[in-house]
Design a protein around this ligand. Structure first.
Ligand code: AMP
Length: 421
């Protein structure tokens, strides 16, 4: 029986992979313009990194990690997200001791044991950026502007940026108390998780996906009502910078990243037309995370975007990505005796940077022609005994059927000239 791929994973086939290449290339271009450098971290890490860096009380750590003991009895986890590994690499490689801010980006597969559905998979792919070492509100605006700019560059027009501030350790006690006062009378209506959160971190109740918790929390006081003067100032400055950069945004006071080390700005980018999983990306400031991961107290901010959901949005918004071109030239042999010579010619053309293919199935000439047009080749070079004696071959333009005899010694030049036309 055929072994199938595991549930929640995908094969990205030719025809589809061009979308991925376009997205990745666009990200590289944008990151160069904004002076972000690429970082590549391992696919797996020590489990404790995520427990500390994502948080024990989160669904990701609690229920969704691919964790196993390796043969040396170490607990290993396939990375469920990219921020904690990048923080670890930043510290482990002493990047925090050099000039700040350090601006990094990454792309790659992430793994979460989630219930698969449209837009939700067990292996999915993220593009993300992180900026370490700056508190400046202009950096918050820069990363959001960058993400929106990236979407526009992809051809996505309908993307909404939602922002909020979740405060800092100074305003947290007030946020906590205000929320506890609000939820206390209806505590028994909350889900068991949220009843636990009530003491530990009531901000996370607002983030709960349970319908009853949402209903109970719908008129809850917001973090914006409780901000300290410094957080309020930071938030206003971020908004001012976004206006300065002409980046439209909505303030969504229900948006939270309910972990202690998330501070100030939280944001999410939605594609309104891709169904239930409409969040294409999210991020925020995490001024406590570097310290939580064992480093000094240094600020940070970042975001992660999901490539699968970007593709869903591109499909919904009618963004076309051109399919891969076929070879420039298909080498067809007119009689079997010249096969070796044709092979030589083919490799000679490739060595000069021309994309060439040929038949390997001993097809008849007619079948070679059929196959050549299937590959999408722009030209066919017919190699035959008579022409070889004259030191030449026949070049046919597939679209028009026009043919000409070209001397082999000038074939490369000639073909390059034709391809450039
Ligand atoms: P998060 O790391 O949970 O903040 O998610 C950031 C982005 O990653 C989301 O907005 C999605 O685009 C994407 N994402 C998260 N989880 C999944 C998943 N299970 N399947 C596909 N995409 C996901």
């Amino acid at each position: 029986m055929l072994t199938k791929r595991p549930r929640g994973t995908s094969d990205i086939l030719p025809g589809e992979v061009e979308k991925w290449q376009f997205i990745e290339k666009t990200m590289q271009d944008i990151c160069r313009e904004y002076n972000f450098k690429e970082i590549r971290t391992p696919i797996f890490e020590h489990t404790e990194l995520f427990v500390r860096g994502v948080g024990e009380d989160t669904d990701v750590v609690d229920k969704e990690m691919y964790t196993f003991m390796d043969r040396g009895e170490r607990s290993i986890t396939l990375r469920p997200e990219g921020t904690a590994p990048v923080v670890r690499a930043y510290l482990e490689n002493q990047m925090h001791t050099g000039p700040q801010p350090v601006k990094l980006y990454y792309t790659g597969p992430m793994f979460r044991y989630d219930r698969p559905q449209a837009g939700r998979y067990r292996q999915f792919h993220q593009l993300g950026v992180e900026v370490f070492g700056s508190q400046h509100p202009g950096v918050d605006a820069e990363v959001m502007a960058m993400a929106m700019n990236f979407f526009h560059r992809l051809g996505l027009k309908k993307m909404d940026l939602h922002i909020n501030s979740v405060g800092c350790p100074r305003c947290r006690p007030r946020i906590r108390e205000t929320l506890q006062n609000f939820f206390r009378p209806r505590l028994d209506e909350l889900c068991p998780n949220c009843r636990g959160r009530f003491e530990r971190n009531p901000l996370r109740i607002i983030d709960c996906k349970n319908d009853t918790c949402r209903e109970v929390g719908k008129d809850a006081p917001t973090t914006l009502d409780c901000l300290c003067s410094e957080c309020r100032k930071h938030f206003n400055e971020v908004c001012d910078y976004l206006q300065l950069l002409n980046v439209p945004y909505n303030v969504d006071n229900k948006l939270v990243r309910g972990l202690d080390y998330y501070t100030h700005t939280a944001f999410e980018i939605m594609a309104p037309d891709i169904g239930a999983q409409s969040s294409v990306g999210g991020g925020g400031r995490y001024n406590g995370l570097v310290e939580a991961c064992g480093g000094p107290s240094l600020p940070g901010i970042g975001y992660a975007l999901g490539i699968e959901r970007i593709i869903l949005a591109m499909e919904k918004q009618g963004v076309q990505v051109s399919s891969p071109p076929g070879p420039d030239v298909f080498v067809a042999v007119l009689d079997p005796q010249v096969k070796t010579k044709a092979f030589e010619i083919l490799f000679g053309l490739r060595a000069k940077g021309i994309a060439v293919d040929q038949d390997y199935q001993n097809r008849s000439l007619k079948a070679q022609m059929k196959y050549a047009s299937k590959t999408g080749a722009r030209y066919t070079l017919f190699v035959g005994g008579d022409e070889l004696q004259r030191g030449s071959a026949i070049l046919r333009e597939m679209a028009t059927g026009n043919q000409e005899e070209v001397p082999l010694e000038k074939a490369t030049e000639h073909i390059k000239q034709r391809l450039g036309e």
